[in-house]
Design a protein around this ligand. Structure first.
Ligand code: 5GP
Length: 181
């Protein structure tokens, strides 16, 4: 389970991780956020309307879900459970609120927090990415401060300063966890 503020570089690190360890499967979340350019339905996310999302909540279709920077995000339960039962390592890339819910249900899961070098650097990355307007950037910085205030609750804290180094540390940690379990 990997958390960290939007813009901390989780996506890049997770992509590297699964390219190196083939027993891992990345869960595809559902969201009510609009797709960014280049995002693919069913691969990046399942893009839902708020009504569709809330219907799934009512049907207990999510392992966890949360509102983040004014949009809803959730982990579809069935896909996660079937990959676990097939013996794969499942990677969830979710926020702190989701992590709390998963910890309740799966205390044996391993919780990793990806920390940006600083809030200023996070802001720079969010602006450079150019995918969010000013209001959304403000919302994400607010959410980032909340997430950072909980970083000590995670099993592993990884500062994404140097991408290659962070990727190697993450790989070593996950391999250790997979082999130990
Ligand atoms: P983004 O909009 O940048 O793709 O994601 C924003 C935030 O939502 C990120 O911190 C990401 O980890 C989180 N997120 C993505 N999918 C889920 C999910 O299924 N559940 C929860 N709780 N958070 C998610």
């Amino acid at each position: 389970m990997i958390s960290g503020p939007s813009g901390a570089g989780k996506g890049t690190l997770v992509a590297r991780l699964v390219s190196r360890i083939n027993r891992l499967w990345i869960s595809v979340s559902a969201t009510t956020r609009r797709p960014r350019e280049g995002e693919v339905e069913g691969v990046s996310y399942f893009f839902l309307t708020e009504e569709e999302f809330l219907r799934l909540v009512e049907q207990d279709g999510f392992l966890e879900w949360a509102r983040y920077a004014e949009n809803l995000y959730g982990t579809p339960r069935d896909a996660v459970m079937s990959h676990i039962s097939e013996g794969q390592g499942v990677v969830l890339e979710i926020d702190y609120q989701g992590a709390v819910q998963v910890r309740e249900k799966m205390p044996e899961a391993c919780f990793i927090f990806i920390e940006p070098p600083s809030i200023a650097e996070l802001e720079r990355r969010l602006r450079e990415r150019g995918t969010e307007d000013e209001h959304a950037i403000d919302q994400r910085l607010l959410a980032a401060r909340m997430e950072l205030s909980h970083k000590e609750e995670y099993d592993m804290l990884l500062v994404n300063d140097d991408l290659d180094q962070a990727a190697s540390e993450l790989e070593a940690y996950v391999l250790h966890e997979l082999n130990g379990s």
